[in-house]
Design a protein around this ligand. Structure first.
Ligand code: ATP
Length: 923
């Protein structure tokens, strides 16, 4: 049987029983039953029981199990049972947490899952790529990632980067024709392969293979092995945790030795040393970071920022420069045409009439050299159709005249049509043009049908222009005339003027002299200074071109300018102010004109009197070193190409800054990768840009980056608070044991006490602290330096001090117990106090500042719940006779219980007071 590339496009369509209308939804649904989903079967998530068993692989848990066995052998079956129960409960908690974190990360992945433009039931719809089935017709354009393997049925200048599959670094030029001979993967030029991406052009394919049957699916097993990377914070906590564990194990070893020397039985001494190790080693640190980060990313997703790489959340907190695109990110990307410049005259769009010949030519060009579509575009213009035909016949020997007269007739007769339109599909610049023409009642569809497009050179932000080639006469009218071709070019004024040598004037085409050129440039400058985006239009008559090349875009005749307004987003100004207050430098990087960019940047506060704007061309004359020196002075980069973006990011980075960079085009991918936080636009961005980014904005809005930074900073702070909580609490336990040991007092805790606290009542407040409500205060501080370790000297000092306070109240409670009764009562008091003091300590860790008499004290419902649950658990253990025996505690009288609570509570005002003194000192 022949391979798909050996068949013609029609044969392939027939093979899959597909049509130019695409599949129907019912057909697609039926096919899915047999073909399955279009996805690479990733390693399935582990079953719950496996996750549960994995919790027992932990080094500490293994030691605890050994301890339980030893307890049992020593005859202390109660202790053995309690240890096992506590370990099991801890494992259940761990399993739930891991699964929860996994779920939230997966739902995040689904949010940023790739989409495809598919023809279903005759209309183009955006569907998740996993819903594709063989036979589906998919539309591809520059920047798309190919969603499945397919056979090309239509294409224009389609070039695809297949390097991941074929290793070939040059993009492959695609064709439609069948290839008769056997061809290797890289030579199947009429096929597209899943995972490769469109570098330019556009095309239509019929899906031939999906999921694991695609070429990339066949090698998918290689891709499964990429494991999730740990975040820098997790890595640094892992290494800190390891060092701390070793130190604690050595300490516990020494304590074990001392206990044995002091006459303690080896078994008991061992049990105690193990329990202390468990109490002191903050084994939950890293997993708590994962949980908090995954919850945080959920919140950010709801606020339009989808985190693709968990590391980015931490990075967000240290961002010190945000390089942002202008159009769509800082501005609304809702353009409206404001002015026309034709024949040396400028006029407001609302005053322009289609009776002016030169204006009509401009309409003509803006309709044809346009890929957008607007609603109600296909208006029914039967009368002009006829007039158009007759005009064509009458004027076939004078193309310029024909063009203008035709349009004139169209415009006049169509003037009665009252259709209005607003919504559009495509580039907003082009939508704005069509909307204007629609308002002028220009019969857009008819013009497009009459002058079919033969070829095109799509818009690309590097060339800053686009060209389309049209047949000038419909074939049916050419029986007695030669078919002509018209090349229409639109783009940035400066770029087009360099290729223009004539200008359309009222009485025909005249050479473009310096005077006229200066006049156009001056007008461009005036428009740009008002923050308007200006497009120049030009054309050229050509003949016998079958394929457009860049060489054709010269010797153009200038038609006119169209200036449009893209207002800044209302929230941009405030976001910029917040950025500056937060020590973050906002920088605008745009492909637009320097004056337009500067006008907008000034309006939103990015361009200040002490900073300046610079053009991409100027960057070309600078060495990297010079640029590095200049970057702090430049707030606006205009007319830049994607390579400039990389240089700007690098320049800031070499100055020690952490840079976020936005991007949407296929060429932006390298800059997004180079930036510390690459930010892609979810709405207008290409799949390639999204793939390269760390974060995707679903609303393409600059202010979302700023609120993501706020969330990032808050999350980081919350994680720090959770770490502070765990470390200082553990420190309290160690200090108590150490003091008792040094002063020759009885052992303050039974092993089960420490296990109870460490494994049951401790992790929930830590997680709750991670979920502490976010504040705006974080944006009043400067960004954290990325290199700074979280465990700074001052952080460790603070934790040590808080641990000391917890240790002191526990010892006081222990001593009171000793005074009032025996060692068991003392141990009961110490256990109760330590457990409760740590629960109260949760409130201390909410903030750097005191919260005791503020409403902040109670605004974290999770923390309140964790406190309530923990307090209920410990009180039950202290109160219920059955549990008392299990946990080796003595029944407490009410005053004794009150005393335990009081000592524990005391730690709260003491630490709050220390925080107050510290914050006073910092003011
Ligand atoms: P940003 O980089 O902030 O998104 P931008 O959208 O203005 O800015 P580009 O899209 O790269 O940047 O556009 C650069 C220039 O190309 C514009 O100033 C305009 O003159 C021209 N241009 C923009 N869109 C088109 C288009 N669809 N067809 C032809 N020329 C265009």
């Amino acid at each position: 049987m022949k391979e798909m590339y050996q068949l013609t496009a029609t044969e392939v369509m027939n093979h899959f029983d597909s049509s130019a209308q695409g599949l129907t939804s019912t057909q697609a649904e039926e096919r899915r039953h047999t073909s399955g989903w279009n996805e690479l079967t990733s390693a399935k998530s582990k079953p719950l029981w496996k996750l549960f068993l994995e919790q027992f692989q932990d080094f500490l848990v293994i030691i605890l199990m050994i301890a339980a066995v030893i307890s049992g052998l020593l005859g202390d079956t109660e202790s053995a049972a309690v240890i096992l129960i506590v370990i099991t409960l801890n494992a259940i908690l761990g399993t739930i947490q891991t699964r929860q974190a996994e779920r939230s990360l997966n739902s995040l992945k689904n949010l940023s899952a790739p989409k495809a433009s598919v023809l279903r039931n005759g209309t183009v719809v955006q569907l998740p790529a996993r819903e594709l089935v063989p036979g589906d017709i998919v539309l591809l354009e520059a920047g798309d990632v190919v969603p499945a393997d397919g056979r090309i049925i239509e294409c224009a200048g389609l070039k695809i980067d297949e390097s991941t599959l074929t290793g070939e670094s040059l993009s492959s030029d695609k064709i439609i024709d069948a290839i008769s001979e056997q061809a290797a993967l890289g030579d199947r030029r009429n096929m597209v392969f899943s995972g490769s991406f469109i570098t330019s052009g556009r095309g239509e394919i019929v899906i031939t293979d999906i999921g694991m049957h695609t070429e990339v699916g066949k090698i998918a097993n290689l891709l499964h092995n990429t494991s999730a990377k740990r975040t820098p914070l997790q890595t640094s906590l892992d290494s800190f945790g390891k060092k701390l564990s070793i130190a604690i194990l050595i300490f516990c070893g020494i304590l074990f030795g001392i206990s044995v020397l002091r006459g303690e039985s080896v078994g008991n001494a061992f049990l105690f040393a193990v329990a202390l190790a468990v109490a002191a080693i903050p084994e939950a640190l890293s997993s708590i970071v994962t949980i908090v980060l995954s919850f945080g990313t959920q919140k950010m997703a709801k606020e339009h920022a989808i985190i693709r790489k968990l590391q980015a959340v931490e990075g967000l907190g240290s961002i010190s420069v945000i390089c942002s695109d202008k159009t769509g990110t800082l501005t609304l990307n809702k353009m409206t045409v404001e002015h026309y410049y034709v024949n040396g005259e400028t006029s407001p769009a609302k005053d322009v009439t289609s009776s002016n010949l030169a204006n009509k030519l401009l309409y003509f060009a803006s309709v044809l050299c346009n890929d957008a579509k607007i609603e109600n575009q296909s208006t029914n213009f039967t009368t002009p159709e006829k007039q158009w035909d007759s005009n064509n016949k009458d004027n076939k020997n004078n193309s310029k005249q024909i063009t203008s007269t035709d349009l004139g007739n169209f415009a006049t007769s169509a003037g009665n049509n009252k259709n209005t339109s607003s919504a559009g599909i495509g580039d907003p610049t082009e939508i704005a043009l069509l909307q204007m023409e629609h308002q002028m009642h220009i019969p857009i569809s008819e013009i497009q049908v009459k002058y079919p497009r033969i070829d095109e050179l799509p818009f690309d932000s590097e060339r800053k222009m686009m060209s389309t080639l049209h047949t000038f006469f419909q074939t049916e009218h050419t029986s007695d005339s030669k078919e002509k071709q018209l090349l229409i070019v639109k783009g940035a004024v400066d770029v087009l003027l360099q290729r223009t040598d004539a200008v359309w004037a009222e009485n025909g085409v005249v050479p473009l002299n310096m005077e006229e050129q200066n006049r156009i440039q001056l007008q461009n400058q005036k428009y740009s200074e008002q923050g308007l985006r200006v497009l120049a239009f030009a054309y050229r008559e050509v003949s016998d071109i079958t394929e457009l090349t860049f060489d054709h875009e010269y010797h153009l005749t200038f038609l006119g300018l169209i200036a449009m307004m893209d207002p800044p987003r209302p929230e941009s100004k405030e976001a910029v102010t917040t950025c500056i207050k937060a020590g973050i430098r906002p920088v605008m990087i745009t492909g637009d004109h320097i004056l337009t960019a500067s006008a907008i940047a000034k309006r939103i506060g990015i361009l200040t009197p002490d900073t300046k704007a610079c053009e991409g061309a100027a960057l070309d004359t600078m060495s990297d070193k010079e640029l590095q020196e200049l970057v702090p002075e430049i707030s606006v980069y205009a007319r830049v190409s994607p390579e400039h973006k990389i240089r700007i990011v690098r320049a800031w980075q070499t100055r020690g800054h952490i840079v976020a960079m936005t991007g949407d085009g296929v060429n932006d991918a390298p800059a997004l990768k180079q930036a510390d936080i690459g930010v892609a636009m979810g709405g207008t961005g290409t799949e390639v840009a999204k793939d390269a980014a760390d974060m995707v904005l679903t609303n393409d809005n600059f202010s979302t980056i700023v609120s993501a930074v706020k969330n990032g900073r808050n999350l980081y702070q919350n994680i720090l608070h959770a770490i502070e909580f765990l470390l200082s609490g553990n420190m309290g336990a160690i200090l108590t044991v150490l003091t008792a040991s040094i002063t020759g007092l009885p052992v303050p805790f039974a092993p089960v006490h420490l296990l109870f606290i460490n494994l049951l009542t401790d992790s929930l407040p830590a997680i709750a602290l991670g979920l502490e409500p976010h504040t705006d205060d974080v944006m009043k501080e400067h960004p954290r330096t990325a290199t700074s370790s979280i465990l700074t000297r001052s952080f460790l000092k603070k934790t040590g001090l808080e641990g000391l306070v917890i240790g002191i109240v526990t010892i006081c409670s222990f001593l009171t117990g000793l005074q009032q009764g025996n060692a068991v009562l003392a141990s009961t008091c110490a256990f109760g106090t330590l457990c409760l003091a740590r629960l109260f300590h949760g409130f201390n860790c909410k903030s750097e500042k005191p919260v005791l008499f503020t409403e902040k004290m109670f605004h974290n419902k999770w923390l309140l719940a964790a406190f309530g649950l923990g307090a209920a658990l410990i009180t039950s253990v202290l109160m219920f006779p059955g549990l008392q025996a299990l946990f080796k505690v003595q029944a407490l009288t009410m005053p004794q219980l009150g005393m335990v609570y009081l000592y524990a509570f005391l730690s709260l005002p003491i630490i709050q007071f220390c925080k107050w003194i510290k914050s006073r000192g910092e003011e």
